[in-house]
Design a binder for this molecule. Structure first.
Ligand SMILES: [Zn+2]
Length: 177
């Protein structure tokens, strides 16, 4: 892991939670009526850049029981500084990891453009016509994983054309991603 990545800020989990919750059910300036809008909560993680020391089954999201045994053979305590560091530093794709972080913002922007296009297509409308019935709203939080890679938690919601205060004009099924 690069020194910069190792110094990555600790995720602001409470803020993330509130922002995501507001995007899903309202609050913090978002109307509660959004809970009736088609919406998804999605996490976008980076591809693998090589095996890292971890605690299988102890993930922050997948809080499922697991062996907890790392591929190196040990069971790391939660505060082990080894966590997230490459098992084989010689073969770890540091360059890929750095490039991912450097381009994560741009990749996200591309994704939103592409998704708006695809949703309009699914609705059988041109992008211009789609704007008169609904708006695709995004709320996202970027966090660093232990391995230093950026990942996004996002709420993607279909609102009315004016935004979260109104439902989409044509109530549709939640789009399939
Ligand atoms: Zn390990």
């Amino acid at each position: 892991m690069s020194p910069a990545a190792r110094r990555a800020p600790k995720p602001y989990r409470r803020d993330t939670y509130h922002l995501i919750t507001a995007g899903l059910v309202g609050g913090k300036g978002t109307p509660e009526t959004v809970s009736a809008h088609p919406r998804v909560f999605a996490t976008f993680t980076a591809p693998g850049f090589g095996p890292i020391h971890n605690r299988p089954g102890f993930g922050p999201i997948h809080n499922r029981p697991g062996s907890g045994t790392c591929r190196c053979g040990s069971t790391h305590p939660a505060d082990d500084p080894l966590l997230g560091s490459p098992l084989d530093p010689e073969r770890y794709d540091y360059e890929g990891a750095v490039l991912w972080n450097a381009h994560a913002g741009k990749l996200w922007a591309r994704f939103t453009i592409h998704l708006r296009r695809e949703i309009a297509k699914l609705a059988g409308l041109s992008q211009r016509a789609f704007k008169d019935v609904a708006r695709v709203s995004f709320g996202k939080v970027a966090e660093y994983q232990k391995r230093g890679a950026i990942h996004f938690h996002a709420v993607i919601r279909l609102d009315g054309p004016e935004g979260g205060d109104t439902p989409p004009r044509q109530p549709g099924r939640p789009p399939t991603f």
